[in-house]
Design a protein around this ligand. Sequence first.
Ligand SMILES: [Mg+2]
Length: 288
Amino acid sequence: MRLVIVTDLDGTLLDAATRALGPAEAVVGRVVRAGVPLVLSSSKTRAEIEALQRQLGLAQPFIAENGGAIVAPPGSFADGRPAPAGADGRFVIELGRPYREVVAIVREAAEAEGVRVVGFSDMTVGDLAADSGLSPLEAQLAKLREYDEPFRLIDADTAARRRFLKALRRRGLQAVAGGRYDHAMGDTDKGRAVEVLRGLYRDRIGPVVLAGLGDAMNDLPMLRAVDHPVIVRGPSDDSTVRLLRQVPDARVTQARGPAGWAEAVTAMLEAWERNAVRVPPRFWPGLA
Ligand SMILES: [Mg+2]
C-alpha cells in the first residue's frame, strides 16, 4: 500500500503569522525523495497553491478553496477520471459552487440579517494586502477565487454571528472558521474532497493509506476522512483542544506550526519505512 499525506497550509505547513516554512522545508524535500505524494489542501486559491507548489518543487494533485476543487497534473489518475478541464491541460474536479453564486448569497444573507460583512470580493488587492499581511502579488493570487468566499463580520456580537452563519446554512452554504477569516462555500469541505481523492488514487494505484495534518476547525472533516489524523499545535491550545475533542484518535504534535509538522511527518516517514510491509498501518508508533 502507498502512503499519501494530505496537509493544510496556514498554521500547519506554514507559520500562521509569518507564513514561513521553517523546519518543514527540509522535511518536504524528504517526502518528495521518498516518493510519497504530498497533497496540499487549503482554503487558498488554485493560483496561490500552484505558486507554492513551484516554490517547493511539488507536482502533485491538490485541494483548493476548502474542498472547492481537486486539481491534478495530467496523468495523475486513471484515464477519464477526472474529466479534463482548462487550457493548461490540468485535470479539475469541481466540488464547490461557483464563486459568484456564493458571493451573492453571502451579501443577500447579510442584508436579510442586518449584519455588516466584508468579504474578499468587497476588497481591492490593496485592501486585502493591508488586512491580511499578504504582499500585493500574493493578494492578487488570493483574490482569484472560484468557490469559497473568505469574510469577516464587522461589529457583530456572538448572537449576530451565530444568526448570520445559520442564515448562510439555510441558504445552502457551509460556513467554517479558518485561521484569519470565516469561509462560505457550497456543499463541500476538505473531507469530501479527501474522500474523492481516495477513490481517484484507488483507481490509479490501488488502496492508499491517508495521513492528514491540520490545525483549525476547517480541517475537521479532513481529519475525520483520513486514516491517520494529526493535529498540528497552534499558537494557543484552544483550537487544538477543540479539534481533539472531535477527533479523539488524532495525534497531537509537541511543537507548534511548521516545527510540529516537521516532527510529525518525520516520525510518520520513519514509521512507514520501518513497518509498511509487516505491521498494519493502524499501529504506527512514533508520533506524539
Ligand atoms: Mg490552517
